[in-house]
Design a protein around this ligand. Sequence first.
Ligand SMILES: [Mg+2]
Length: 104
Amino acid sequence: MTINEMQSVVEEWANQFTKPYFSPLSRMAALTEEVGELARVMNRIYGDKPNKSEENLKDLEEEIGDILFSLICNANAEGVDLEKSFKRKIDKVYNRDNNRFDKK
Ligand SMILES: [Mg+2]
């Protein structure tokens, strides 16, 4: 599935509701909450008191999916084309930041 297809799937899902997306600050809070949930899982896996169970590894995948969904909701509600956005970022890392890190 391409990024644009993911945006379309979320848009279609959201458009079944009278108010497709939360207000901007609620969307931002929801995204931040999901990032916090990922931090909690990462801390359980790699933190000072690790608990590297199978359940935690499953949670890691779930929380990254939650972040992606929430990010797509923000992009859709703001009319941002994530493919274009991603291309801009990749262009930066390959050009502007090309000599920033030691290469193999
Ligand atoms: Mg979550």
